[in-house]
Design a binder for this molecule. Structure first.
Ligand code: SF4
Length: 225
């Protein structure tokens, strides 16, 4: 017999390459600054279960592309998918991939579509802050000031769409966040435990692989429990 679980683990296994200070990612900048900082200074092997969750997300992205390309959806045209994104700022680089650009034929409008998979769409009542930040940056750099966040349920393919309004001031603040991260990494200065600063971000600590380290360093601020 074959052990297919093991075969999946083998297939998904990747050598852990430490992240390079000076190269940053739009998908991370809206999350906890301290967690991002730790991920550069103390890289960790990605848990095989998490690799499977990421892979499911990739599979779902491919499915969304098929739906956007389908001739059974003639009102929408898929212009680009997995578009590489690179932006040099001061002495560092921000790089990522824009999921999709579509054209709404009736209005002639181009729209950036960022796809996020979710475990239960019923709990998604609004777009998540860190996802909006990522899209805001893409809108700023591409000049395409129409964007939507598309959440798709991994269990049943149900979806919800949230438009995100472009705001130049917000986009510039995001660029400033990259500058702060770059400086804190280069000067070896630990950021504040940002996700613990408010109730709405405390959930991030629950999924944070650096939780023990972070609480040891700052035991006083709130716990996620
Ligand atoms: S435990 Fe919370 S505050 Fe600390 S690094 Fe992780 S997400 Fe940030």
């Amino acid at each position: 017999m074959i052990n297919f679980d093991q075969m999946i683990d083998n297939h998904l296994h990747k050598e852990n390459r430490p992240k390079e200070i000076g190269r940053y990612y739009p998908s991370e900048i809206g999350t906890c600054m301290r967690k991002v900082w730790y991920s550069y200074k103390f890289p960790m092997e990605t848990n095989p279960e998490l690799l499977k969750v990421f892979e499911l997300g990739n599979i779902l992205h491919d499915f969304v592309v098929k739906v956007l390309k389908s001739e059974k959806n003639p009102d929408v045209e898929l212009i680009k998918t997995e578009l590489p994104f690179r932006q040099e700022i001061e002495d560092f680089l921000v790089s990522g991939r824009i999921d999709n650009i579509i054209l709404i034929k009736a209005s002639g409008k181009n729209i950036l579509v960022e796809v996020k998979s979710t475990g239960n769409i019923d709990f998604v009542e609004e777009a998540m802050h860190h996802n909006k930040i990522q899209l805001q940056l893409y809108m700023h750099v591409t000049g395409i000031h129409n964007g939507i966040l598309l959440y798709v349920d991994k269990r049943n393919l149900k979806s919800k769409v949230f438009p995100v309004n472009y705001n130049e001031e917000d986009a510039l603040k995001i660029i400033d966040r990259f500058k702060v991260l770059n400086k804190l990494l280069k000067t070896d200065a630990l950021p504040d435990p940002e996700a613990r600063s408010g109730k709405e971000s405390l959930w991030m600590c629950r999924y944070c692989e650096y939780r023990d380290k972070c609480y040891k360093e700052d035991p006083s601020s709130p716990r996620w429990l």
